[in-house]
Design a protein around this ligand. Structure first.
Ligand code: PGA
Length: 256
């Protein structure tokens, strides 16, 4: 079975309500929700999740959930709350790891809550510049996946894991730098992750999509999406402008 292509925009802490509404009405003509081969999604700030849900026909992605189920955690938003609006949630984004001290233990708790509340995690992983330069990036990536994804009890059940998981390779040095990883660098890591999943989960890993993220735009989307084992893009800066994002969707559509 050929995997779907995912084009996911991560808006981070950007856009006002008016911006979100404008974007949604313009993007609707491009989105291909329901198409069997292309899934378009956007991840707005949590406060705008209801706007996306009500006004659009593409997939809703949350940027974050709390690692706690409910209770006295002022300012937090739980997986069950998010699941009323979103289908996917980003887990393990490097900005959350770096600025909010999210450790692997916290990420495991979030994944368990995703599965409990029917949210599909888009699990982000990737090495720092230091690790890339040192050359130990594959072992760092292996560790990130083994300590989180492969240690969640549910993911040891291949059929469950492979139908409810999206991975996103995002080298930290490529995020927001206008310097994407090269096709060879992307392929090396994606192939490595595929082999790792085959070893750990068995053949069913064929269904786990692996996206690439880090300075993707309409100029490089075709090249990156053309690499073997790249099943989509997680796009930050270039997803903020509707015309630009639409161009990338169009490229993905044409490539299939
Ligand atoms: P970027 O961000 O496309 O702006 O590099 C990607 C991301 O952080 O998901």
């Amino acid at each position: 079975m050929k995997k779907k292509t995912y084009i996911i925009g991560n808006w981070k802490m950007n856009k006002t309500l008016v911006d979100v509404e404008d974007f949604c009405s313009s993007l609707t003509k491009w989105s291909m929700r329901g198409s069997s081969h292309l899934e378009v999604g956007v991840a707005p700030a949590a406060i705008h999740l209801p706007v996306i849900r009500m006004g659009t026909d593409f997939s809703v992605v949350a940027q974050n959930i709390s690692s706690e189920e409910n209770g006295a955690y002022t300012g937090e938003i739980s997986a069950s709350m998010v699941s009323e609006y979103a289908r996917y949630v980003l887990v393990g984004h490097s900005e959350r790891r770096m600025y909010f001290n999210e450790t692997n233990d916290i990420l495991v708790k979030k994944l368990i809550l995703c599965y409990k509340h029917n949210l599909i995690p888009i699990f982000c992983f990737g090495e720092s510049l230091e690790s890339r330069e040192k050359g130990d990036y594959l072992s760092i990536i292996k560790q990130q996946l083994e300590e989180v994804i492969l240690s969640v009890p549910f993911t040891s059940s291949p059929s469950f894991a492979t139908r409810n998981l999206v991975l996103a390779y995002e080298p930290v040095w490529a995020i927001g730098t206008a310097e994407p990883a090269s096709p060879d660098q992307i392929s090396e890591v994606h192939d490595f992750v595929c082999d790792l999943l085959i070893n750990k989960l068995g053949k069913l890993n064929d269904y786990v999509p692996i996206l690439y993220g880090g300075s993707c735009n309409s100029e490089n989307a075709k090249l990156i999406l053309g690499q073997k084992n790249v099943n989509g893009l997680l796009i930050g800066g270039a997803s903020l402008d509707c015309d630009h994002f639409s161009q990338i969707i169009k490229i993905a559509h044409e490539l299939y």
